[in-house]
Design a protein. Structure first.
Ligand code: FE2
Length: 410
């Protein structure tokens, strides 16, 4: 297959791409088609490596309003609604909804997903369902699974055992939720446990870390310190870290030294945390999103995630990373020209680093995983809400969208 006249990422020039045996065989200007070769006219549109969802909860996806709507929009009413929904959880139910959510993601150009799965459940049903779906979709949309202790490790009966069982069953990453543990001691203990578990089984780590507006919530320093001391920083991710929004600047200055030394990754979830945080404030209300702009300026890796898709914690969303980036740029005040133009990196290259993907990117010799957007650059794509026209995985078309035709009658 030969794709003519395509822009790679935000390049001002077009090029041609030959895909052969599932790989990018050649990238150059004016490649002549071989006899009988399929030729696709790129028309100067942009090609990107596939979008990556680096933080989502597929086990609760698509359950908003079932059996009740979260009318206050708070985290706590979300937990109440979820506990009612949890009663009718089955492996098939989890698998079916997760599959539907992944199909929505695929239609929006996503090919790699890191999902958190609640393991504070003695039956580990959701984990079983997601593990089966991971196998079913391998090579089409690759799923990484985090063993996520929604109700704590130290604070939940047999929490440590359930975590270890989930890892033995096949989870890719170890999670934790230090800000939800009963005490600060439990918080530290849970992080020590999670890091040791990951080390023992050679797993990645992704912690729901300080997702609260409490400026005293400081799981992050413990996580970064353990990662630094174990030399595991690049394998470790701190998700949410919304308390950092409320830390005082003197503490943040000290903290950033450790964060840089540790080399850990961050995932921010601007849609959901803008919606959920600041709920105990009157006015002014805090935005409750971590310091993305400052982390990036310090050379620390940050990606964006959708977090929840149409569930008790977030009543909207169809798994489109463009919406996440759009909100993130606003709420993090990253609206400079270059910041908007290059913002796709938050849901592509930066996320690939967090997920430890290898051979990712449009380069000769890499697997031909790419998407084509109906725009010449990402600034326009974001502004015009351009569709992902094609999504190719290993050179095979896995999703396509016909662009909407708008007509103005005056
Ligand atoms: Fe989350």
């Amino acid at each position: 297959m030969l794709i003519k006249n395509i822009r790679i990422e935000n390049s001002s020039e077009t090029t041609d791409i030959r895909v052969q045996d599932g790989k990018f065989e050649r990238i150059a200007k004016d490649i002549a088609p071989l006899p009988g070769e399929e030729v696709i006219e790129g028309k100067g549109r942009m090609a990107l490596p596939p979008f990556i969802e680096s933080h989502v909860h597929l086990d609760s996806a698509l359950t908003a309003g079932d059996p009740c709507w979260n009318l206050s929009g708070t985290l706590f009413e979300g937990i109440e609604c979820w506990s009612k929904r949890k009663d009718k959880l089955s492996k098939e139910d989890v698998k079916e909804r997760a599959r539907m959510a992944v199909r929505k993601q695929a239609a929006n150009g996503i090919q790699f997903v890191r999902t958190h799965v609640d393991v504070t459940d003695p039956t580990l049903i959701a984990m079983e369902g997601l593990l089966e779906l991971r196998e079913e979709l391998k090579g089409i949309v690759d799923i990484q699974i985090v063993a996520f202790p929604q109700e704590g490790i130290q604070s939940y009966p047999n929490g440590e055992k359930l975590m270890e069982n989930a890892v033995k069953m096949g989870a890719d990453c170890v999670g934790a939720i230090p800000h939800f543990e009963f005490t600060r001691e439990y918080s530290v203990e849970s992080l020590n446990f999670a890091m040791k578990l990951a080390e023992k089984y050679g797993k990645l780590v992704d912690v729901h870390c300080d997702e609260i507006d409490d400026e005293a919530s400081r799981g992050l320093e413990t996580l970064a310190c353990r990662a630094y001391e174990a030399g595991m920083g690049e394998m470790v991710t701190a998700s949410h870290t919304t308390a950092m929004h409320s830390y005082n600047n003197a503490y943040v200055t000290k903290l950033f030294r450790l964060l840089k030394m540790s080399k850990i990754n961050f995932v921010s979830n601007p849609l959901v945390n803008t919606h959920l945080q600041g709920r105990m404030d009157t006015y002014p209300k805090r935005r409750g999103v971590t310091r993305v702009k400052e982390l990036l300026a310090a050379g620390i890796n940050v990606s964006f995630g959708h977090d929840d898709i149409f569930d008790p914690w977030y009543p909207l969303g169809d798994g489109n990373m463009r919406d996440v980036v759009h909100m993130g740029l606003h709420v993090c005040q990253m609206m400079g020209y270059e910041e908007i133009l290059n913002s796709y990196k938050l849901v592509t290259h930066n996320a690939a680093r967090t997920l430890h993907l290898s051979n990712y990117g449009i380069e000769e010799g890499n697997p031909a995983d790419f998407i084509i957007l109906d725009a010449e650059n990402f600034y326009d794509a974001l502004n015009e809400k351009s569709a992902v026209l094609y999504s190719y995985r290993g050179g095979k078309l896995i999703a396509s969208t016909a662009p909407a035709a708008k007509t103005v009658h005056f």
